[in-house]
Design a protein around this ligand. Structure first.
Ligand code: FAD
Length: 478
């Protein structure tokens, strides 16, 4: 009688509590992955995430094969597929690591109840967070809505557990019915194949995650606190897609960082980096306690906000053709690589929401579609933070100025030149505001505004005033 290990956002063999418990049970193991886009509905993975998933599953299948088990794949509703499989192979138990998305929680609790009624043992584990969202609460026993006290409480109440040992060999169950193949699912784009930039930028899978982490620890941890805001520098870990798919766990990251710090580099870089892992925990905490976070303004006074239906402007933003170089660089980096630097995510989001007055949910959906690290908790928290309507959000009236942000965080214009090459020959003094350059400078740089590079879509000063007027109208609402 096999134990089924249901893989979801935990595509790894190290520090995988569900897999380890199954191995320790002594029963043969049947590892499965179910592509259940029906249950996930609107928040089923977008095309960039599906590209990642294909490669991550392929890597996982390879590791499991080497350990002695074949990964069983099926597409469809997880509740039905699991119930049938359990009957067919007479499984004694089903184990999984938890996912904190509202649709998954609803589905998983129902599956748990149903299987238990049928006498099947069901166990779920924490493989994705340093602390469970229900473990951290205020003195009044309510969930935290502010990051700093949340993180302080988490650090003082939870000593991150040691990562669980890697499962290197298992007794694989041989009698499973026919499985789908990854190629049946067609998760990779073919005509057109837009994934070239993704292939160049990433190595999905557990081994890719480990080498990213090691590279970051070797090269960037020490300088992280100061470099993390500069998009031209490779100063952050780029672990976000690996973390989303669970190719590495926050416990493993925590431990690896602590091991390094005792070996020398500054504490400052480590603390700053771990506090970003803390933002991930906080976002998951918000999503767990406020399941409408991806879909509704957390502060309901924003429900009456006069958003603009501005299709043309939204299209120019998506295409990286707004005429604001730092915004365009970010949107093109996203399109090309499936990832965008955090500072630029804030700048581009602010530009869409405040300069163009397009609803934050439209930006959230575009990021969902194009990011390889698209994550329901982090994405919705990021958008609500910038919009000013979230929990512990930036105040609405804090409007990023795309020119001064560019000058401050990309002073030499290197990031802009990399992603907006038509501006390559502009001097640094005007690279973030080409419309301020005189005619001869533009001519020397072979730029004709409106032809080789767009005029600014809006005048930031006027757009800012318009946004503040709209805000003034709603700010006193309940
Ligand atoms: P590092 O600086 O190396 O940080 C390490 C890890 O900490 C990240 O991999 C990530 O898991 C976590 N982290 C860092 N910053 C944040 C943050 N602000 N909120 C939550 N977790 C964080 N992150 C996603 O993983 N998926 C998303 O869909 C996503 N959408 C975003 C949308 C907007 C509008 C904004 C402003 C931010 C969004 N973020 C999202 C958060 C952040 O931009 C990315 O996590 C970060 O840029 C990933 O790069 P990194 O791995 O090099 O980060």
């Amino acid at each position: 009688e096999p134990v089924i290990v249901w893989f979801r956002q935990d595509l790894r063999l190290s520090d995988n509590p569900a897999l380890l418990a199954a191995r320790d049970s002594g029963a043969p193991i049947l590892p499965i992955y179910i592509l259940d886009t029906e249950t996930e509905g609107e928040w089923a993975p977008g095309p960039a995430s599906l590209w990642w998933l294909h490669h991550s599953l392929s890597a996982l299948a390879g590791s499991l094969e080497a350990a002695g088990a074949r990964l069983w794949l099926k597409r469809g509703r997880a509740d039905k597929i699991l119930a049938e499989l359990v009957r067919e192979v007479r499984a004694s138990a089903v184990y999984w690591n938890r996912v904190y998305e509202p649709a998954a929680i609803r589905r998983d609790s129902q599956i748990k109840t149903d299987l238990k009624e049928d006498g099947v043992e069901v166990r779920s584990f924490n493989g994705a967070l340093l602390a469970e969202p229900w473990e951290i609460s205020t003195k009044q026993d309510t969930p935290y809505k502010v990051y700093t006290p949340f993180w302080r409480a988490l650090k003082s109440t939870v000593t991150p557990k040691e990562p669980a040992p890697r499962v290197t060999s298992v007794d694989g169950y041989g009698g499973a019915p026919a499985s789908d193949t990854l190629d049946d699912w067609n998760l990779r784009p073919t005509r057109p194949d837009w994934a070239g930039g993704l292939r160049d930028a990433w190595s999905p899978g557990e081994a890719g995650a480990t080498s990213r982490l090691n590279r970051f620890l070797d090269k960037a941890l020490t300088g992280y606190a100061s470099n993390r805001d500069c998009p031209a520098i490779d100063g952050t870990s780029s672990l976000s897609p690996h973390l989303h798919f669970g190719e590495i766990s926050p416990r493993q990251i925590w431990q690896a960082v602590e091991d390094r710090v005792s070996n020398g580099p500054t504490r400052e870089g480590a603390d700053s980096f771990l506090s970003e892992i803390g933002w991930r925990e906080f976002s998951h905490n918000l999503l767990y306690h406020f399941p409408k976070f991806p879909d509704e303004n957390f502060q309901n006074k924003f429900d009456g906000f006069p958003w603009a239906e501005n299709e043309e402007a939204f299209g120019a933003w998506k295409a990286g053709c707004t005429g604001y170089p730092i915004v365009d660089a970010g949107m093109r980096q996203l399109w090309e690589t499936g990832w965008m630097h955090n500072r630029v995510r804030m700048i581009t989001a602010s530009f869409l929401i405040k300069d163009l007055m397009v609803h934050w949910k439209r930006g959230e959906a575009w990021f969902w579609h194009t990011l390889v690290d698209a994550d329901l908790a982090n994405n919705s928290a990021g958008w609500q933070w910038v919009a000013g309507c979230g929990a512990d959000a930036a105040p609405y009236f804090r409007i990023f100025n795309p020119v001064s942000q560019g000058e401050r965080f990309d002073p030499k214009g290197e990031y802009v030149r990399r992603w907006v090459p038509e501006l390559r020959d502009l001097p640094n003094s005007v690279i973030h505001a080409p419309w301020t350059a005189d005619k001869s400078t533009l001519r020397q740089a072979s730029i004709t505004l409106g032809e080789t590079y767009p005029h600014p879509l809006v005048d930031h000063k006027k757009a800012r005033e318009r946004a503040l007027e709209a805000w003034n109208k709603i700010k006193d609402a309940a």
